[in-house]
Each structure stands twice: as structure tokens, then as C-alpha cells.
Design a protein around this ligand. Structure first.
Ligand code: UD1
Length: 418
């Protein structure tokens, strides 16, 4: 089994390069099921979740190839098999976003039901309720949902929570529906705006993506396109945490500071200085971090995906912080690993109370998911001795070069391959 070995490091100095956003590229790949033709995506991260989505597209009948670093060519020959098999949905829950495009293109989709995961149960009831309003009917048997719609019809869809996946699924179903669809209380994440930009380039008529009200005028025809994936704000958060924890000065080349306003504000309260830079985002930390309270919220609030990094930072900050999780239940599992590294954290329901320590203590720890795994790597920069991080394949789902990029800015991080 591979391991990542980290020794106390810092200050960090230099440039890191922000790759394309995982949470955008997966949806753009799914959207290529909407119309036959050749698609070309740029700024695609070399991560295993992209490999799983590529497998899913192949299982449906498409071809996927990487002609060069960061590029992905997708050929949709038409006549796809409208199905997302269990083996792939089980590996990656985001696979369920193929439902919207398949319904739009073929009037049906057979999608395996995702199970729960480390964040607790993650139902898809909002996805189903939303597309049902467009005229979709469902049958569920043998672990699959079979969705059908002879004619998709535009409708007003009021989401009870601004779910990212539900907003994307209904947006992709609605692009070919007859008439207008209006999504209210839509998720506002930058990755939703990126998906809408991709769809509009294909010929869709979407207004308001990135705000709470998205209107979609159905069209009869869509065509394949070329598109550059928006940068990954969560990967950028990883390096902001690294510089906050280890000290130093980094430029996050390619980052979009305008997508990270609230994060910059929060890390600013902790003592990390940030500034928009012609290349992306500049960040510097030269004192011990300060404790702050924070609560996760849908965008533009503090993203739940940032939380493991913020908790890692607060573990070594001066003072006591309270962190509240409002998006997912049970998303504190990595806290036990930080405690193994000497962090003083008490969780109670969806709250965590963190008493900052001057330093952590290197220990063997285990990754449970993508961001939590990466957070252990950056926390270990402030741990005396050596930290051994096991199961780093979770990190590979969302990072192509975390170890190499940290090494390049002076961190003592290596991957041991067995
Ligand atoms: C996406 C992101 C994930 C991020 C999350 C919230 C991808 C691949 N993943 O996940 O990294 O943490 O947004 O920003 O883009 N819910 C329901 N019923 C539903 C749908 C969601 O109850 O039908 C609940 C979920 O359990 C959760 C909350 O709504 O508590 C938010 O989920 P959602 O925004 O849908 O997250 P994902 O799209 O799954």
C-alpha cells in the first residue's frame, strides 16, 4: 500500500499551479451525453474521479482519450446506452449527474442508486422531485431507478435546499425540454456557472447560472463544443491552508480569487494575508494563526469542502474555535485522525470545538476521503517528527500532484510506493 510521509516543514515559498475543478469537469463530461459529436476539454485534472467518469462514458458507448496533458477528447457517436451501472456509481456518487443529460437526449435513464458514504446518507430525493416536475416518471427495482419521459416540459422548480447535484441534473434535463424551466433556490457554486457556460456554448439558452434563479429556455438542437474547465477553488484552499500552517509566501497560479471571497475573508481573520495577483492569488503567513468561529453554508458561504483544511489550520491556531457543519451530517470523521496527531478537538453533533495547539505530533493516520486526506497532509506540515498517511488513493481521486507541488515549494513530503 502506498503511503505519504510528511515531516515538519516551512516556511513554504514559490508557485503552485491550480488545476481544473474536479466538481466541474465531472459534470461537463456528463453533459457530453447530450449531443453527438466531438468534444474537447482543456485544463482537465489527471485525477482518478475523471478516470471513473471516463469509464462511465465508455460504458454508455462514447470514446474518451487524452491527447496531451490537461486535454480530454470525448466522442459521442449518438445511440448511447442510457445507463449508469452500479459498479461505477458505487465508486463515484457524482455519476448520478448523467441522469439529466440522458433524459434530455433519450427520454430515459437507468441509474444505479448510490449508497451512503463517509459523510452519512446522501439521498437523491431532490434530484428526483425536481426532474419529476419536468414530466419524468420513475420506477425503482433491483437497486436501479428507471426514469422515463416521452416529452420533457419546462416547469417551475423550487428546490427545498440549493443542492449542487439537483441543480445540475435539472438544468441538463431542461435544456431540451419544451418551453421554459425556472429553478428557484438554485445552487450558486462557480462550477454551476461553468456548466451553464458549457451548455450555452452547445446552443442551450440558460440565464442566471451562478445566482439563485436560473431560467432555461428549451432548444431543439445542441452541438458538441470545446471548453476550458474553471480552476479548482478547493484545491486552491488546500494550498492556502498549507501556507497558513507552515508559514511562508505562495502564489496560487491560475486560482480565481473571485470564487474564493469568503474563504479569503476567513483565512484573513486567521492571519493569512491574501491578494489578487495577475497570475491568480497571492498568500502569505508569517505569524501563528488566530482562532476563528465558522459555519459551512451553500455558496457563497464557507464551503463544506473547505472545512477539513480550516479545521487543520485551527488545530494549530492560538485560541479556541467553534466550527459548525450545516451541509452534511457526520462529516467530522477525519477529526479522529487529527486527534491522533495531537489536535485538541471535541465534536458534538454538527459542531466541533478546537483548542489550538502550538504544534501537532507526527503519527500514522488514515485518509477517509479526498479533502480530509489532503487536510491530513497539510496538517502534518506542523507536526513534530514524521506523519505517515495511509490510503492516499483517496487523495488521488481529487489531486493529480499534491505531493510534487508541496515538494516544489519546500515541504518535506514524499510518497512511498510499495
Ligand atoms: C457537491 C460536491 C461536493 C460538495 C457538495 C456541497 C460534486 C461532485 N460534489 O455534492 O464536493 O461537498 O456539492 O457543496 O460536485 N441532499 C438531499 N437530497 C438530494 C440532494 C442533496 O437531501 O436529493 C442533501 C445532501 O445530503 C446534503 C445537501 O443536500 O446534505 C447538499 O448536497 P448537494 O449540494 O446535492 O451535494 P452534491 O451535489 O452531492
Amino acid at each position: 500500500m502506498d503511503r505519504i510521509i510528511v515531516r515538519q516543514s516551512g516556511p513554504l515559498e514559490g508557485d503552485v499551479h491550480i488545476n481544473g475543478a474536479k466538481n466541474s469537469v465531472l459534470k461537463l463530461m456528463a453533459a457530453s451525453a447530450l449531443a453527438p459529436g466531438d468534444y474537447l476539454l482543456h485544463n482537465v485534472p489527471a485525477i482518478t474521479d475523471v478516470d471513473v467518469m471516463a469509464e462511465l462514458l465508455r460504458a454508455m458507448g462514447m470514446t474518451v482519450a487524452s491527447p496531451g496533458p490537461g486535454d480530454l477528447e470525448i466522442r459521442n457517436p449518438g445511440g448511447l446506452t442510457p445507463e449508469a451501472p452500479y459498479e461505477l456509481v458505487e465508486q463515484m456518487r457524482a455519476s448520478i449527474v448523467v441522469m439529466g443529460p440522458l433524459l434530455a437526449a433519450y427520454g430515459e435513464a437507468r441509474v444505479a442508486l448510490p449508497g451512503g458514504d463517509d459523510f452519512g446518507p446522501r439521498p437523491i430525493d431532490m434530484h428526483l422531485k425536481a426532474v419529476e416536475l419536468l414530466g419524468v416518471t420513475f420506477e425503482s427495482a433491483h437497486g436501479y431507478i428507471h426514469a422515463r419521459a416521452d416529452n420533457l416540459v419546462g416547469a417551475r422548480v423550487l428546490l427545498e435546499f440549493p443542492s449542487v447535484g439537483a441543480t445540475e441534473n435539472v438544468m441538463m434535463a431542461a435544456v431540451r425540454a419544451k418551453g421554459q424551466t425556472v429553478i428557484e433556490n438554485a445552487a450558486r457554486e462557480p462550477e454551476i456557472a461553468d456548466l451553464a457556460a458549457f451548455l450555452n456554448r452547445m446552443g442551450a439558452k440558460i440565464l442566471g447560472a451562478g445566482t439563485s434563479t436560473i431560467s432555461i429556455e428549451g432548444v431543439d438542437e445542441l452541438t458538441s463544443v470545446e471548453h476550458t474547465v474553471v480552476p479548482d477553488r478547493i484545491e486552491a484552499a488546500t494550498y492556502l491552508a498549507a501556507v497558513g500552517i507552515a508559514g511562508g509566501e505562495l502564489t496560487l497560479v491560475g486560482a480565481r480569487p473571485d470564487h474564493m471571497d469568503m474563504l479569503c475573508q476567513k483565512v484573513g481573520e486567521m492571519g493569512v494575508r491574501t491578494s489578487t495577483d495577475p497570475d491568480g492569488l497571492w498568500a502569505m503567513a508569517n505569524h501563528r494563526l488566530r482562532a476563528v468561529d465558522l459555519a459551512t453554508l451553500p455558496y457563497p458561504g464557507v464551503a463544506t469542502d473547505y472545512k477539513p483544511f480550516l479545521v487543520a489550520m485551527l488545530s494549530v491556531a492560538d485560541g479556541v474555535s467553534i466550527v459548525t457543519e450545516n451541509i452534511f451530517s457526520g462529516r467530522f470523521r477525519y477529526v479522529d485522525e487529527l486527534i491522533r496527531m495531537g489536535a485538541d478537538i471535541r465534536t458534538e453533533g454538527h459542531h466541533a470545538v478546537i483548542r489550538g495547539r502550538a504544534a501537532l505530533s507526527g503519527a500514522p493516520v488514515r485518509c477517509h476521503d479526498i479533502r480530509a486526506g489532503a487536510a491530513l497532509v497539510v496538517a502534518a506540515l506542523a507536526a513534530e517528527g514524521e506523519t505517515e498517511i495511509r490510503d492516499p488513493d483517496h487523495i488521488d481521486r481529487g489531486y493529480s500532484d499534491l505531493v510534487e507541488q508541496l515538494q516544489a515549494v519546500g515541504a518535506d513530503v514524499t510518497r512511498v510506493r510499495d
